[in-house]
Design a protein around this ligand. Structure first.
Ligand code: ZN
Length: 1125
């Protein structure tokens, strides 16, 4: 193609391209680009120059004209072969001719034959193309004018392909660029940025819906010019109607108006941090011979196929219940595990694992097109977005065909690709991910496959917009014909444009309506848009042309599918292409200057126009890339899994089984500490108590992988699994049931390095075996395998959600502690703290704040049966007793007192006690509101008794009133108690009149109790700061405490289902900082409530970081405090 008729000359020959001027017209989400290229032949000879023009992948060329000397020629779209023949004829007969066609190798490279130029002659070539603007992760619309060709598709057997045709010059290119941009949109423009220097943006109207900007003069076209356009209300759908061509026939696409709907749904953060449970997951695994190669040549290497099998195990275990799945293997042929995707349950999972185990690299070649076609031909399950996971280590000969196929199904699936080993084709892997809106990962050297695949699974599990319907309401006589292919699903970060043809003559009312409905995480969303049926403004034809292209694309797809009527389809494509002036695979632009019949003298030369040198690697930077390595995102999705459902009143733990676990984890922090260093954790003899049991179970063998010998394994189908697994994590994972739970089996015990008896003996009698096993597995994962968390995160989520489904308390969950501590570790905060050993409180200490009768009663609870515990719980308000809760409450008090000791003895400056159960509702003779013993009240009495502290300030920033603390000190002037709380005129729990501001203390204690009831929800940072500055701090500084205790409940932070307040986690850094100067810094912060795990963990981190002396972060919000209610 390159060499036809021409001689390739070597050496330094002047370049004929002199300048490019570009006009960019943006209409909402689409753009028309007009490029004019100026050439001059500075040589003494006639020559044929060739310019390979890089276009955005989705561009459709719609105009091509050339001006040579005084002659102007406008090219027309013709059927491709006929255009080529005419071009060849013209050139060989000495005529000037131009040909513009899509490159056969890649649709985003246009090859421009400038034709035969006489010495000294000028040529100006104008290309107009239209394209949809791509959406970036930050919602910007990106326009790119490419200056260079990136290394790209190099199909096998084509001898280097396009890339080798571009000769490069180092440094700048010898032609310049001018560029002007005009934007018009239904949404106001908020800003326009570029990687190049722009003149200031000029708004053309007061609504800011029209604007213009130019590239600053003197720009050398040495890099891609990128523009980033930001609209206000970016997620609001828009409708743009474009008038047809007056001279074209009504009823034809170009003669009628066309409407374009842009759909770019908002995915709120809450939704993104949750996981969609539905989906269809199709795993496609390369089983060609090369998959037998080793992943690397270092120690412990495994073969690629074994790595893929381990990864499949993890994936299969991580899938949510209720999804669909299938597994394909491919080589020279392909096979699927199930004829079509099946519902994920224990049986199908077992079946799949059995088959995966037998999987071999025995399918010879690498032919991926056929399995993909097979998958795409299967109907999608409604509301189960299809997601492909493709693993391959090779290259294919038909990359473009594969990528086209992936792309043509972009609205029905998403594609995640994994390149294994050094030989995997970058073009194929990144291309499939780009065209399939997914993400590409490369696993080379000693990389582990599992964490990378789990990162992609995390994206795949995010909820998507489904159930999309578009309904048109227009007056009689008008019909709407949708031209785009139906949309099944929109994933996060995807934008969709829908084109429709408005047919018929409108009379009277000139307005139409379109109603777009969809659902996101089971929430229905409806948008209604109005549009004018007869637009008056002439805004070009970008929408028409892109609509035509959308239709051409669906015809192309039909053509690819094959079958009868192929000639028909082709002729419709050619017709549409010619009519709209949009080229397609069957057409090309051709223009011939028939008047110039000059004789060509000397040899005809072919020139390559240089473009700037490229050294970068082509890499997909989709909207997902940015979030991948962001650990916070991981945390947020994790916390989303655990976060409780919204509940209006305080305690919703209707199930009795709850309490079994509510208490169980008070010691987990200590447990985890003990794993890190076996000293430091107080070893105390305990007869009962899960933390001690767990410690005893795990402390010795942690981090050793339990390799089992065959004889030790009990009978059962898991036997083979275990043989296959090389490390203890995979062993544990392989034992997990599809539902997320584990059974208490000898094999599980072996993973922990224990016997089944050891596990069973430690199990509290009334706890179900699977619940116990699952809890142990979770604790083992968090304790022993935390560094591999990315691999087991979904396995753990499933386990946690299974435990919750066993009627565990919805909001007062063990994860409150686990995740708070986890967050402190993640940010390196825990490592900066001195950790204080935990101990149990003594009875004498508990009796400081509680009656003997009450203590005696609680002491009986570990021996009670479930029924007795239930009866006992009924005596109190919103509290649930479990056999272990007495022990855990003792630990919670003991931990608080340890902190008081450390602070009072000046061993530490200040500190925070992460404890469960909380305490501030608990009263002298009554448990109340999740609280058994009043940790903070006991701490204050303990400090008075042991350290003769004269004045103690207790600040209760929990969103509930700590009535237990108030009762304890209301007559005591040496303890100043301040509490703000959601009150709503006594309608909010605990609904007490004494929670109102009128309760100021009694007798000598009068004036030492301050209640600040919030009579509405939604209080902000400003409200909290005002309360501190205007109410608490003046009194607190006058009071001059010698010790500050904080009832630190974070249910007063944003997102909490109890508090429903709007203060952000950062506020707690400020509140902490404002209290730190008091009492010479002696401050003990004790955890109370906080039920939104994300808000809670962030707030805990803010508090502890401030206690460590970090500066408080800037508060984003600066509104005035609320003054009325
Ligand atoms: Zn609370």
């Amino acid at each position: 193609m390159m060499n036809s008729g021409g001689l390739v000359s070597e050496g330094k020959i002047p370049v004929p391209l002199k300048s490019i001027s570009v006009d960019v017209q943006v209409q909402g989400h689409v753009v028309t680009v007009t490029s004019t290229l100026q050439y001059v032949n500075e040589e003494e000879r006639h020559l044929e120059a060739l310019f390979v023009f890089p276009l955005p992948a989705d561009a459709a060329v719609c105009h091509f004209s050339a001006k040579i000397g005084e002659q102007e020629i406008v090219a027309e779209v013709q059927e491709r072969q006929s255009a080529r023949d005419q071009y060849d004829d013209a050139v060989s007969s000495g005529q000037q001719a131009f040909l513009l066609e899509e490159s056969a190798e890649s649709s985003d490279v246009f090859r421009l034959c400038v034709g035969c130029l006489s010495p000294g002659q000028n040529a100006a070539i104008t290309i107009i193309y239209v394209t949809e603007l791509a959406v970036q992760a930050d919602h910007a619309l990106r326009f790119c004018l490419p200056a260079v060709l990136n290394p790209r598709y190099t199909p096998a057997g084509s001898g280097g392909g396009i890339v080798s045709e571009i000769s490069s010059v180092c440094g700048s290119v010898p032609y310049s660029l001018t560029l002007s941009v005009h934007v018009s949109s239904p949404n106001p423009i908020s800003k326009l940025e570029s990687n190049c220097t722009l003149d200031p943006l000029v708004f053309l109207n007061s609504e800011h819906t029209h604007a213009t900007v130019n590239l600053s003069p003197g720009h050398m076209f040495d890099k891609d010019v990128e523009l980033f356009l930001y609209y206000q209300n970016t997620h609001q759908p828009t409708a743009i109607v474009e008038a047809g061509v007056a001279t074209d026939q009504p009823g034809s696409l170009m003669g009628d108006p066309v409407v374009m709907i842009s759909l770019y749904p908002e995915f709120p953060e809450e939704v993104m941090s949750s996981l969609g449970s539905q989906g269809e997951f199709v795993f496609v695994v390369d089983r060609s011979g090369s998959m037998d190669d080793m992943m690397h040549h270092g120690k412990g290497a495994q073969s690629r196929i074994e790595g893929a099998k381990d990864t499949l195990l993890l994936l299969l275990k991580s899938l949510p219940m209720g999804c669909y799945f299938n597994i394909y293997g491919f080589g020279s042929h392909f096979e699927s595990l199930f004829p079509k995707s099946v519902l994920y349950n224990q049986d199908t999972m077992d079946e799949a694992l059995k088959r995966v185990k037998k999987m071999q690299a025995d399918m010879v070649g690498t032919e991926i097109l056929q399995p993909l076609k097979h998958i795409y031909n299967q109907p999608c399950y409604p509301d189960h977005p299809r997601q492909l996971f493709i693993f391959t280590d090779g290259e294919v000969f038909n990359t473009k065909e594969v990528l086209d196929l992936v792309k043509s199904h972009t609205h029905s699936h998403r594609c995640f690709s994994f390149g294994i080993g050094e030989g995997a084709s970058t073009t194929l892997i990144t291309g499939m991910a780009r065209e399939g809106s997914g993400h590409a990962q490369f696993i080379t050297g000693s990389d582990r496959m599992q964490p990378k695949v789990m990162q992609s699974l995390k994206l795949a599990l995010q909820p998507a917009v489904v159930n999309i319907s578009v309904k048109w309401t227009v007056q009689d006589g008008i019909t709407v014909e949708t031209l785009s292919q139906p949309i099944n699903v929109i994933f996060h970060g995807q934008r969709t444009l829908i084109y429709a043809h408005l047919k018929g003559e409108s009379s009277g009312s000139s307005e139409g309506t379109v109603t777009v409905t969809y659902s996101l995480k089971d929430q229905p969303v409806t948008n209604q848009l109005h549009f004018c049926l007869k637009p008056t403004e002439d805004t070009g034809l970008a929408v028409h042309r892109l609509a035509a292209r959308a239709l051409i694309q669906s015809l192309e797809q039909q053509e690819r599918a094959g079958g009868a009527g192929m000639e028909d389809i082709k002729s419709r494509m050619v017709e549409l292409s010619v009519q709209a002036g949009v080229s397609c695979v069957h057409t090309a632009f051709i223009a011939i200057n028939k008047d110039s019949r000059q004789t060509v003298k000397g040899p005809l030369l072919q020139r390559r126009v240089p473009t700037a040198d490229v050294s970068g690697v082509y890499c997909y930077q989709g909207p997902y890339q940015a979030s991948l390595d962001n650990d916070l995102l991981l945390k947020s999705s994790l916390s989303g899994m655990f976060s409780s459902r919204r509940s209006g009143s305080f305690a919703r733990c209707k199930s009795y089984v709850n309490a079994k676990f509510v208490g169980a984890c008070a010691g987990i922090i200590g447990f985890k500490k003990s794993l890190k260093s076996n000293k430091g954790f107080p070893v105390q003899e305990q007869k009962s108590g899960i933390p001690q049991k767990v410690t005893a179970l795990f402390s010795s063998r942690y981090e050793t992988s339990a390799v089992l010998s065959g004889q030790e394994i009990s009978q059962g189908k898991q036997e083979v699994d275990v043989e296959l697994q090389k490390d203890s994590l995979l062993q544990l994972v392989s034992l997990q049931k599809a539902s997320g739970c584990w059974d208490l089996t000898p094999t599980l015990a072996h993973v922990f390095g224990k016997t089944e008896d050891e596990l069973t003996n430690q199990k509290p009698a009334e706890v179900n075996q699977s619940v116990w096993a699952t809890l142990l597995a979770l604790i083992w994962l968090y304790g022993c395998k935390i560094k591999d968390q990315v691999e087991w995160q979904f396995v753990a989520m499933k386990a946690a959600s299974w435990i919750r489904s066993q009627k565990v308390c919805e909001i007062e969950v063990p994860e409150r502690l686990i995740m708070s501590y986890d967050a402190l570790r993640t940010f390196g905060t825990a490592q900066r703290c001195r950790q204080v050993p935990v101990r149990q409180a003594t009875e004498q200490e508990i009796l400081l704040a509680h009656s003997e009768e009450y203590l005696e009663a609680v002491k009986q609870t570990p021996k009670m049966t479930e029924e007795q515990l239930m009866e006992f719980s009924k005596k109190y308000n919103d509290v649930y007793f479990h056999q272990n809760i007495y022990h855990c409450a003792q630990l919670a008090v003991g931990a608080t007192l340890q902190l008081v000791d450390s602070v009072m003895k000046r061993e530490v400056r200040n500190g925070m006690a992460l404890v469960r159960p909380p305490g501030h509702h608990s009263q002298r003779s009554a448990a109340n509101g999740f609280c058994v013993f009043n940790n903070v009240a006991i701490a204050a009495l303990y400090a008075q008794k042991n350290y003769s502290v004269n004045r103690i300030l207790i600040v209760d920033w929990d969103v509930h009133h700590g009535q237990g603390v108030q009762y304890c000190f209301e007559e005591d002037p040496s303890v100043l108690y301040f509490s703000w709380h959601r009150y709503e005129h006594q309608t909010f729990w605990p609904n007490l009149p004494e929670s109102d501001y009128t309760s100021i203390g009694k007798g000598k204690g009068s004036g030492f109790n301050i209640n600040l009831p919030w009579n509405k929800v939604g209080m902000t940072n400003s409200d909290y700061l005002s309360a501190f500055f205007h109410v608490l701090l003046p009194v607190a500084y006058e009071f001059d405490p010698e010790l500050v205790l904080v009832c630190a409940g974070f249910d007063s932070a944003i997102g909490d289902p109890e508090g429903e307040m709007c203060a952000t986690p950062e506020i707690f850094a400020h509140l902490t900082q404002l209290l730190m100067p008091l009492a010479a810094g002696k401050m003990c912060v004790v955890l109370e409530g906080g039920y939104n795990l994300k808000s809670l963990t962030q707030s805990v981190c803010q508090t502890v970081q401030t206690l460590l002396g970090d500066p408080a972060p800037r508060l984003s919000e600066h509104s005035a405090p609320c003054v009325r209610h």
